[in-house]
Ligand binder design. Structure first.
Ligand code: FMN
Length: 186
C-alpha cells in the first residue's frame, strides 16, 4: 500500500483476532515508530510488546491498579479489567520516558512519542493489520506505570491493540479538511 493510501484509509478496528502481527511485521512497525519526528533527538519513546500469555500479566496489573484506586470495585469491573488486554493478539504499550529537566519542552517529548505511536498504527494498516489506540484510566494510573517499570514523570501514550480485523471494517468517514482551516486573524 502506498503511503498516501495508508494515510487516507486508516480506520480504527476494535474487534481484532488471530493471527497477530508476525515478528517481521512487528519489526516493520517498530522501525516506522523510531522514524517519528523528535525534537532534540531525545528518543523519548519506549515500547513494551505483549503477546500470548504476556497480555495476562498486563490484565493482572490493571486489576491491582483498579483495586488500589477503588478497593470496593465489583467482580464484574475487575474481570473486565483483567480481560481488557486480551482484546487483541498483541498489545504494544507506548510510553514516553520523559526528561523534565531537558531544554526540550515536555509537550514536544510527549508529541514525539505520540508520533511514534501513530507511525505504528499507520504501518499496521499498511501491512493489512487492524489496530486500535486506547488509553483510558489505566494509562494515567501511577501503579500501572510503576509495574511497567516507569516513573511518575513518564507518560503512557497508549495501549495499541493490534491483530487481524474480524467482522466488517468501517468506511472512512467523510471529513472535509476545509472545516478545520482558519484564516489568520486580521
Ligand atoms: C491518545 C488516544 C487515546 C485514545 N483512547 C481511546 C480509548 O481509551 N478508548 C476508545 O474507545 N478510543 C480511544 N481512542 C480513539 C480511537 O483510537 C479511535 O481513534 C476512534 O475510535 C476514532 O476511530 P478512527 O481512528 O477510525 O477515526 C483514542 C485515541 C487517541 C489518539
Amino acid at each position: 500500500m502506498d503511503a498516501i493510501s495508508a494515510l487516507h484509509g486508516r480506520v480504527s478496528i476494535a474487534t481484532l483476532g488471530q493471527p497477530g502481527p508476525t515478528s517481521e511485521q512487528l519489526d516493520i512497525m517498530l522501525r516506522a515508530a523510531v522514524r517519528a519526528p523528535d525534537h532534540g533527538v531525545l528518543r523519548p519513546w519506549r515500547f513494551i510488546v505483549l503477546q500470548g500469555s504476556e497480555r495476562e500479566a498486563l490484565g493482572d496489573i490493571f486489576v491491582q491498579a483498579c483495586l488500589r484506586s477503588a478497593p470496593d470495585s465489583d467482580t464484574e469491573t475487575l474481570e473486565k479489567m483483567r480481560r481488557a488486554p486480551l482484546r487483541a493478539p498483541m498489545v504494544v504499550v507506548v510510553i514516553a520516558e520523559t526528561d523534565p529537566d531537558n531544554r526540550i519542552p515536555l509537550t514536544d517529548q510527549l508529541l514525539a512519542a505520540g508520533a511514534a505511536a501513530q507511525n505504528i498504527m499507520l504501518a499496521a494498516h499498511a501491512l493489512g493489520l487492524g489496530g486500535m489506540w486506547r488509553t483510558g484510566d489505566m494509562a494515567k494510573n501511577t501503579l500501572v506505570k510503576e509495574r511497567l517499570g516507569f516513573a511518575e514523570k513518564d507518560e503512557i501514550i497508549g495501549f495499541l491493540y493490534l491483530g487481524t480485523p474480524t467482522g466488517s471494517i468501517k468506511r472512512v468517514p467523510a471529513n472535509d479538511p476545509a472545516r478545520y482551516l482558519r484564516a489568520l486573524p486580521q
